[in-house]
Design a protein around this ligand. Structure first.
Ligand code: VG1
Ligand code: CO
Length: 582
């Protein structure tokens, strides 16, 4: 039995260790500086207070990106020194973000223990590798991201930190081998348990969905399927669930081997970055070989995001969550007794609002970032929620869940094709078009201007806030650009008061609201690691069923014009086009 000592190491603060929308994200070379990660981890332990850390069971894993393996050993040694009782590590350090949430909530250790929190090592949809991003965030006992109260404390601690604790002589743990390693420190035992990354998550999915009916669909000759993990951690789950459990062909999995650098790609599931899948589905400009599959989906690096595609058809994430909510009770056993309520982030389209109204469901609009949904779910107020940024999920855990969303769609498809698999297939496109016919359609697009000068971005935003004080002035500009666009009737900065704990989050995005329900929203990203990213969200509601079939970019062209002129986008940023359109 190895006995380790605890060292106190002198350190001084680093600037800018402020967690953003979802944890701290920086270039690997920043994280790899001596003491940089250590400071943030100690600041987190200090923010949690001693009684939450002593004796705790801490999950430490992530999407497997470059620097994760080093980080796991460092955090394990610091956990031991801070009095944590045991550390749980997914095999090879791999756990998707939703799987971490599941493990915190569901897993029982070999000695009967339950987890109390987690460090998730991921920069999510940001690229990975020696010259790219690393990230870390803390999740709480409920399985959800630390709320702002905690992340603010962590940040404050990073600005005053003078020392951290570490068990320097604790040997590195072999995280490739399943099993428990026991150590002894000055205050007693400390264990590291390496466990299978997928089994708890697979078990949870099987308790939510009717796997038998999905298997029938996936193995029907009428149906075809394709899943792209973009070399993120979703690959570790996709084979287990789609192939082993549900009978999909192995050839339907694309890029499902997790890689430290995501194969050099950008692990963000959208029409720009998921190139291979997009081509296979017959979308975009690329030539498709043969008939595209009926259903396609992709995940981001840490597998909490999803993109849903039909044959030559893109489902917007805002529509996706609305359609899942509209069909959940019939198609998904977990929801068969009804939905407690639904929620979306502010920039997400109002498609979900319309469903909530029709079904008479409680409805909430929260700021961007998953941490805001957790309180609603813990209070039993929300069953299904989503963000326009390809995040969809439910109260089965406290993170968005990429594979869950795919299983939800497969469940809806299985339900709509129940007993009819011999006839013409009800497709993804049919389901979406029928939804529009019933509820109307929210034309929607997002323009991202990545890595623009931070000062210029700030000025652009300040100008948009200033404009809000005079609606006549705003409308003069709007009408000057396009006389056929409705009047702006309200303009503000979004502020959220949490209905459960009363906490207030301000400056959560600049909104211009039009008389016909259209919206323009401007936000600065909180997940980038360099410069600033401006996000522009554009939305227009069309109720008339004869007009829901237009091409999205044509329907939105007038509003896009207005948004670019109103914000003076080109003037401030020097950009004549966005980096990414989703
Ligand atoms: C973005 C998205 C937001 C999402 C966040 C984390 O944040 O807009 O909806 O919750 O990423 O997603 P921002 O601040 O850059 O707009 V993930 O999958 O990167 O953890
Ligand atoms: Co993610």
């Amino acid at each position: 039995m190895v006995v380790f000592k605890v060292s106190r190491v002198q350190t001084s603060p680093f600037e800018g260790q402020k967690p953003g929308t979802s944890g701290l994200r920086k270039k690997v070379k920043v994280f790899a500086q001596p003491n940089y990660l250590h400071n943030f981890v100690q600041a987190s332990f200090n923010a949690l207070t001693a009684e939450k850390v002593r004796g705790a069971t801490l999950v430490v894993s992530g999407d497997g990106r470059y620097f994760s393996k080093d980080a796991i050993q460092i955090i394990t040694k610091m956990a031991a020194a801070n009095g944590v009782r045991r550390v749980w590590v997914g095999q090879n350090g791999l756990l998707s973000t939703p799987a971490v949430s599941c493990v915190i909530r569901e897993r029982v250790g070999v000695d009967g223990s339950k987890a109390t929190g987690a460090f998730i090592l991921t920069a999510s949809h940001n690229p990975g590798g020696l010259h790219e991003d690393f990230g870390i965030k803390y999740n709480m006992e409920n399985g959800g991201p630390a709320p702002e109260g905690i992340t603010d404390k962590i940040y404050k601690n990073t600005t005053t930190i003078t020392e951290y604790l570490i068990a320097e002589d604790l040997p590195d743990v072999d995280i490739s081998a399943l099993g428990v390693t026991n150590f002894t420190g000055p205050e007693g035992p400390f264990d590291v348990e390496v466990f299978d990354s997928a089994s708890d998550y697979v078990k949870l999915m099987k308790s939510i969905f009717d796997f038998e009916s999905i298997r029938k669909l996936l193995t029907s000759p009428k149906f075809s399927f394709c899943y792209d993990a973009l070399h993120g951690v979703a690959g570790a789950y996709a084979k287990r669930i789609f192939v082993d459990e549900l009978g999909a062909q192995e050839s339907s999995l694309l890029n499902c081997v997790p890689k430290e650098d995501f194969g050099g790609g950008h692990p963000d599931p959208n029409l720009t970055y998921a190139k291979e899948l997009v081509a296979r589905m017959g979308l975009g400009n690329s030539e498709t070989q043969g008939e595209p599959p009926e259903f396609g989906a992709a995940a981001d690096g840490d597998a909490d995001r999803n993109m849903i595609l039909g044959k030559r058809f893109f489902v917007t994430p805002s529509d996706s969550v609305a359609i899942i909510a509209a069909n959940a009770v019939e198609a998904i056993p977990y929801f068969s007794s009804g939905l407690k309520g639904v929620a979306r982030s502010m920039p997400t389209s109002a498609a979900l609002d319309v469903v909530a109204k029709h079904l008479n469901l409680k409805f909430f609009e929260v700021p961007t970032g998953w941490k805001f949904f957790g309180n609603l779910m813990d209070a039993g107020l929300c069953s299904i929620c989503g963000e326009e940024s390809f995040g969809t999920g439910s109260d089965h855990i406290r993170e968005k869940d990429g594979i869950w969303a795919v299983l939800a769609w497969l469940s809806i498809l299985a339900y709509k094709n129940k007993d009819k698999l011999q006839d013409k297939l009800v497709t993804v496109e049919d389901i979406v078009r029928n939804h529009w016919a019933t509820y109307g359609r929210h034309y929607y697009t997002r323009y991202d201007y990545e890595n623009v000068d931070a000062g210029a971005a700030k000025e652009l935003m300040a100008n948009l806030v200033k404009l809000q004080s005079s609606l006549p002035e705003v409308n003069k500009i709007v009408k000057g650009v396009r006389s056929d666009v409705a009047n702006v009737v309200n303009a503000d900065e979004f502020e959220y008061k949490d209905p459960v704990d009363g906490s207030v989050s301000s400056h959560q995005g600049i909104r211009y609201l039009f008389e016909d329900g259209s919206r323009l929203i401007f936000r600065l990203s909180g997940t980038g690691s360099e410069g600033a990213t401006i996000r522009l969200y554009i939305e227009q509601y069309e109720k008339d069923p004869s007009k829901t079939g237009r091409l999205s970019h044509e329907a939105l062209a007038p509003l896009v014009d207005v948004a670019l002129k109103l914000s003076k986008m080109q003037e401030y940023t020097g950009r004549s086009a966005p980096t990414v359109i989703t």
